[in-house]
Design a binder for this molecule. Sequence first.
Ligand SMILES: [Zn+2]
Length: 65
Amino acid sequence: MKVYDIRCPLCGTVNKNLSLEEPDGWMECEHCRQAVLVLSAPGVPHKRVPVYTPHQLALRLSASH
Ligand SMILES: [Zn+2]
């Protein structure tokens, strides 16, 4: 099982050893308890992982219209 270190975009806490069942998924920050959407490519653990908050995601979606 692959695990990821995901940095929370809200508080900056690195959530270590997250096991994501799917390459695209939500994780809950262990520090601020905010859910953030994690977008990562499977098999590329060292690549920088883009992380979007629901607010950022909404901005991206609204900007595409
Ligand atoms: Zn956080």
